[in-house]
Unconditional design. Structure first.
Length: 391
């Protein structure tokens, strides 16, 4: 570890996926460590160097950094005082927006992070069913309820209530849900994990949770507002009981939401889900403005078109550099390269950053409305140059 790793922030930074080890596989003195600002699809590091960004705040930004309509709404909310002792009227207005755009979200509860909202959804499921076991598929945050058997600092009893379902495996999924039976409170799933969902798998999730009386929870933190306004559930025609949304719904402002059937959401009166800053004005206003832009400009459709440029470029890289790249994964809106050797991916990320491109060596790279075809051509060209030099 370098001296930078022993600075005043424990673990280098409060967002683990932004550590040098996560981005570049290690700490390099000449690579960007901190940033000064962002705009559109570009960021500037502490030395003032400019980068084309494919990471887009880990998918939290779909409109582009510093979108003027979202920023203007946030500035107005700052002028209104940011926070106060009573619930702001905009909270109900935003919940109504969600219900209008995503009809199966009958009621909504707002929180500040995806991990927090996922924990709230699971608590609502346990409240409704009186059961404790949870089956999950994907990454659902860092809180205790969804950590595996090797997680340190998590009580063994808590770890024992959670098990992982296989993605896109209908028969194994059916078997595990039936085995859990009347102990199962919820099945939680990410609808996209390096590939679109198998329709047969989605049918099993829906049918088997209904059969056992468990709550089906869709983790749409990465996909809501990106694959469709109603996320992957809209795009792939599955109707969960509860859905958790985050990231792009406020274009980078800290907001997440859990919503769904009104009878399940009514459980908030029978358990405790509350956060002091869940109702600050600024993120709620930013989310209202973001939803308006997403809807009016049909942003998810445009992200599919923009993402197709990037994904086609990635496929070209896979064809030209089969020694390094074994394939392309994901969807146009959120895609990545698959490596024969993860060390190669780290080297490509390092060398790309040195040439002015921030590239995610693992899942996912995200496009935004700020990316133009030339930006993506430049990014793919840099990756091509780096891999050609590695021969």
């Amino acid at each position: 570890m370098t001296d930078a790793a022993h600075g005043p922030v424990a673990g280098y930074t409060s967002t683990g996926s932004k550590r040098p080890e996560a981005l570049f596989g290690g700490d390099h003195a000449d690579l960007p460590h901190t940033m000064l600002r962002s705009s559109g699809c570009r960021v500037w590091d502490a030395e003032g160097r400019e980068y084309v960004d494919l990471i887009m705040a880990l998918g939290a930004v779909a409109l582009g950094y510093g979108h003027p309509e979202v920023n203007a709404a946030a500035v107005r909310a700052i002028g209104d005082g940011i926070v106060g002792p009573l619930p702001p009227g905009i909270e109900a207005e935003l919940a109504t927006d969600f219900r209008r755009f995503i009809p199966w979200v009958e009621q909504t509860r707002f929180l500040k992070s995806g991990a927090e909202a996922m924990a709230a959804a699971v608590r609502l499921a346990r409240t409704a069913t009186g059961r404790e076991a949870v089956l999950g598929c994907g990454y659902h945050g860092w809180l205790d309820w969804c950590q595996g058997q090797d997680a340190r600092g998590v009580p063994a009893g808590t770890r024992g209530l959670y098990a992982e379902l296989p993605f896109n495996d209908p028969e194994r999924t059916r078997e595990m849900i039936r085995r859990a039976g009347d102990t199962l409170a919820a099945v939680v799933f990410e609808p996209v994990i390096l590939a679109p969902p198998d329709p047969a798998w989605l049918v099993v999730l829906r049918e088997e949770t209904e059969r056992t009386g468990a709550v089906l929870i869709a983790d749409e933190i990465k996909t809501a507002g990106r694959l469709a306004l109603g996320g992957a559930c809209e795009r792939f025609a599955v109707r969960p009981d509860l859905v958790v949304m985050g990231k792009a719904i406020a274009n980078g402002f800290p907001l997440a939401a859990v919503g769904g059937r009104a009878d399940l959401m009514a459980g908030v009166a029978r358990t405790w889900i509350s956060s002091t800053l869940a109702t600050e004005f600024v993120s709620l206003a930013a989310a209202r403005a973001t939803l308006a832009v997403l809807h009016a400009r049909r942003v998810p459709e445009q992200l599919g078109r923009i993402g197709a440029w990037l994904m086609d470029g990635f496929r070209g890289l896979a064809n030209r550099h089969p020694r390094h790249v074994r394939g392309v994964a994901g969807l146009p809106e959120m895609c990545c390269l698959l490596w024969h050797d993860e060390a190669v991916g780290a080297t490509v990320a390092v060398e790309s950053a040195r040439r002015g491109v921030l590239f995610k060596r693992s899942a996912y790279n995200f496009v935004s409305m700020a990316h133009g075809e030339r930006d993506l051509e430049r990014a793919v060209g840099v990756l091509d140059e780096v891999m050609a030099a590695m021969r």
